[in-house]
Design a protein around this ligand. Structure first.
Ligand code: FES
Length: 152
């Protein structure tokens, strides 16, 4: 079973909880943690399910509901806000026809907001899954989204 193989990649120690949850979430094509994942992690690390659930709901990078193949996280912290993050959010929202927190009907994109991504020098910035994009303009954002749509 695929998920058992994922568990076995980690020592069964509680400090591996976040890494394990990340790996389980990544293994799901819809980018989220199912109830079964939380139970597996709790059993494997000998932690109470309530603790694992509270960790999964505390961190915004985890989701307990299905999301798109591409998770777009636009930084809304002050340095990005000051140089136009709002127009980037509007551009993505209008281009994809979804609001923040929603997923496109084709299951391709989910739009989320984020605090500082640690790349303020290239503000405004966003992440798509693990990839960072900076110095964003509405044109650049549309180009990135078009490339992703075409599978580039
Ligand atoms: S404030 Fe946006 S990347 Fe730091």
């Amino acid at each position: 079973m695929e998920k058992v193989r994922i568990l076995k990649r980690f020592e069964p120690r509680k400090e591996n909880l976040l890494s394990l949850l990340h790996a389980l979430q990544r293994s799901n094509p819809q980018n989220y943690l199912e109830e079964e994942d939380l139970k597996l992690a709790a059993n494997y690390l000998s932690l109470p399910l309530s603790f694992v659930s509270s960790v999964a709901t505390f961190y915004s990078m985890f989701s307990l509901k299905p999301r798109g193949k591409y998770i777009i996280r636009i930084c809304e912290s002050p340095p990005c806000h000051l140089v136009g993050a709002e127009s980037i959010i509007d551009t993505v929202s209008n281009f994809l026809g979804i609001k923040v927190g929603e997923t496109t009907p084709d299951g391709l994109f989910t739009l989320e907001l984020s605090s500082c991504l640690g790349v303020c020098g290239v503000a405004p910035a966003m992440m798509v899954n693990e990839e960072v994009y900076g110095n964003l303009t509405p044109e650049k954002v549309r180009s990135v989204l078009n490339d992703l749509r075409r599978g580039k």
